[in-house]
Design a protein around this ligand. Structure first.
Ligand SMILES: C[S@@+](CC[C@H](N)C(=O)[O-])C[C@H]1O[C@@H](n2cnc3c(N)ncnc32)[C@H](O)[C@@H]1O
Length: 141
């Protein structure tokens, strides 16, 4: 199996009044035109789970279910996984210099950001068309 390198392009900043991604100076030109998008995908490094034990985990119990279901980490959003990559769709509120102000993110302050991609119409699926395991059906509501 191959392994690949990943560069940190920015950092999640959570403040009392604001939440933003601070992009490293060397990647700023990659932001050109991003202000024209209402939503973006943020890919981040689940840094506190970047250890051999968490990266060996292949089964997890999704939280907040009525009964405990053990499922594969590729079938849920467990932060413990072989490559600790977090994915969050966020609303882009404004862009100011090296800061992308966003509505919210489920990453903690200081989390490394590894990529940003625009959210496009093709990324949307009607809820009615979604097929999910029955234990995730409550997420449709
Ligand atoms: C369940 S993960 C899902 C992340 C992402 N939405 C996804 O689907 O890939 C989200 C949780 O990861 C935890 N978390 C956030 N930032 C983290 C970090 N830097 N290291 C480890 N855990 C983190 C928080 O407890 C948060 O609620």
């Amino acid at each position: 199996m191959s392994s690949f390198g990943i560069y940190q392009i920015g950092t999640v900043k959570i403040e009392q009044e604001a939440c933003y991604i601070e992009i490293h100076q060397s990647y700023l030109s990659g932001l050109r035109h991003i202000e024209n998008f209402s939503h973006i995908f943020v890919l981040w490094w689940i840094s506190m789970r970047d250890n051999p034990q968490d990266r060996l985990q292949l089964l997890a119990y999704p939280p907040k279910l009525e009964k405990e279901i053990e499922t594969g980490v590729f079938s849920c959003r467990s932060p413990s996984r072989p490559n600790p990559i977090g994915l969050t769709k966020v609303k882009l509120i404004k862009v100011e210099n090296d800061r992308l102000y966003i509505d919210r993110i489920d990453a903690i302050d200081g989390t490394p950001v590894v990529d940003i991609k625009p959210y496009l119409p093709g990324d949307t699926t009607k809820v009615a068309e979604l097929r999910l395991p029955e234990w995730f059906n409550h997420l449709k509501e």
